[in-house]
Design a protein around this ligand. Structure first.
Ligand code: NAD
Length: 354
């Protein structure tokens, strides 16, 4: 199979690329505009494989998309390119509308034009897989409720509203034009190669520097955490075995309060770091409560029973095993994160750009 992976230089997209190259016989083309969140160094371990290609393309650029589709001739598109950080969407929503809404529309149109040129059998076998978030469902207040695939949309932030818009566009392109689409909505991911603006890597790296560990509000917000490599396996299962027109929720069955996540990381660092900064006794002493995010959702939790039942996918990591692997990865991969922190991680140096 030949798969276009948009956003493949990002956190989840690079995990998808590594999974497909390492664990399948498929060929991939990563399309990425390399925003601050795109890092070709996350693809270093697969970049030399003959089945891996990269193109420096913005999904809002229709002419470039048309060229890439006609040259690569994909059997499927896995669409992960997005602006993905909620706080940035509050400070500057424009880029979120541009990439997540207009970019998804542009990609759908380029895909549709290419798909229309295929023979009937190839047309039927083709898949457009849109990767989205559980944040489109808004938040949960009861402690027992879970998001299912039929939970109504009620996004709270500019980020989640832009992702909700893109989900609707994707479903409309199936209903109106027959383009074979599938949507997945996933809970919070964590793991290796995560950009250090997000909670888990931020806490690990601040702690290692002896800096304050910021926790929004009282830290009681609940998220359902999924190890990124479990998500990558789920996405490949969906694109290869999922039913056209279906939505699959993906989650880790790992609900944790934000403060519990931070405390767990602190305990692991106490155990794993031999030389703490001189000012630090226990890493937990660095926890600092900061003003809550406006419109902050209280609780997300996913019912992932459909993908288990219909496609036989389950997460392999518990939160305890995944967070330990993640902390160990950051401790062993300073070469990756130090170049992200000092801004020297731009991709050209790997010779992967066109
Ligand atoms: P990320 O921010 O790490 O990566 C996004 C990638 O998209 C980057 O490589 C960036 O350069 C690229 N990109 C951005 N704008 C682009 C454009 N206009 N054209 C081409 N490339 C562009 O994001 P992530 O955390 O890897 O998330 C990937 C997808 O999964 C997103 O669609 C996100 O909404 C969704 N998602 C993320 C999570 C999570 O916990 N991170 C959970 C559920 C769903």
């Amino acid at each position: 199979m030949k798969i276009i992976v948009t956003g493949g230089a990002g956190f989840i997209g690079s995990a998808v690329a590594r999974h497909i190259i390492n664990d399948t016989a498929d060929e991939i083309l990563v399309l990425d505009s390399l925003t601050y969140a795109g890092n070709l160094e996350s693809l270093k371990t697969v970049a030399d494989d003959a089945r891996f290609k990269f193109e420096h393309v913005d999904i809002c650029n229709r002419a470039e998309l048309d060229r890439v589709f006609s040259e690569f001739k994909p059997d499927a598109v896995m669409h992960l390119a997005a602006e993905s950080h909620v706080d940035r969407s509050i400070d500057g929503p424009a880029a979120f509308i541009e990439t997540n809404v207009v970019g998804t529309y542009t990609l759908l149109e380029a895909t549709r034009q290419y798909w229309n040129t295929l023979e009937d059998a190839a047309k039927q076998a083709f898949r457009f897989h849109h990767i989205s978030t559980d944040e489109v469902y808004g938040d949960l207040h009861g402690t027992d409720d879970l998001f299912t695939e039929s939970t109504p949309y009620a996004p709270s932030s500019p980020y989640s509203a832009s992702k909700a818009s893109s989900d609707h566009l994707v479903r409309a392109w199936l209903r109106t034009y027959g383009l074979p689409t599938i949507v997945t909505n996933c809970s919070n991911n964590y793991g290796p190669y995560h950009f250090p603006e997000k909670l888990i890597p931020l806490i690990i790296l601040n702690a290692l520097d002896g800096k304050p560990l910021p926790v929004y509000g009282n830290g009681a917000q609940v998220r359902d955490w999924l190890y990124v490599e479990d998500h990558a396996r789920a996405l490949y299962k969906v694109v290869t075995e999922g039913e056209v027109g279906e939505t699959y929720n993906i989650g880790g069955h790992n609900e944790r309060k934000n403060i519990e996540v931070v405390q767990t990381i602190c305990r692991l660092l106490d155990e794993l770091v031999p030389n703490k900064p001189a000012s630090v006794n226990l890493y937990e002493d660095l926890i600092t409560y900061v003003a809550d995010r406006p419109g902050h959702d209280m609780r997300y939790a996913i019912d992932a029973s459909k993908i288990d039942r219909e496609l036989g996918w389950k997460p392999q990591e518990t939160f305890e095993s995944g967070i330990r692997k993640t902390v160990e990865w950051y401790l062993a991969n300073e070469a990756w994160w130090s170049r992200v922190k000092d801004g020297s991680y731009a991709g050209e140096r790997l010779g992967l750009t066109r």
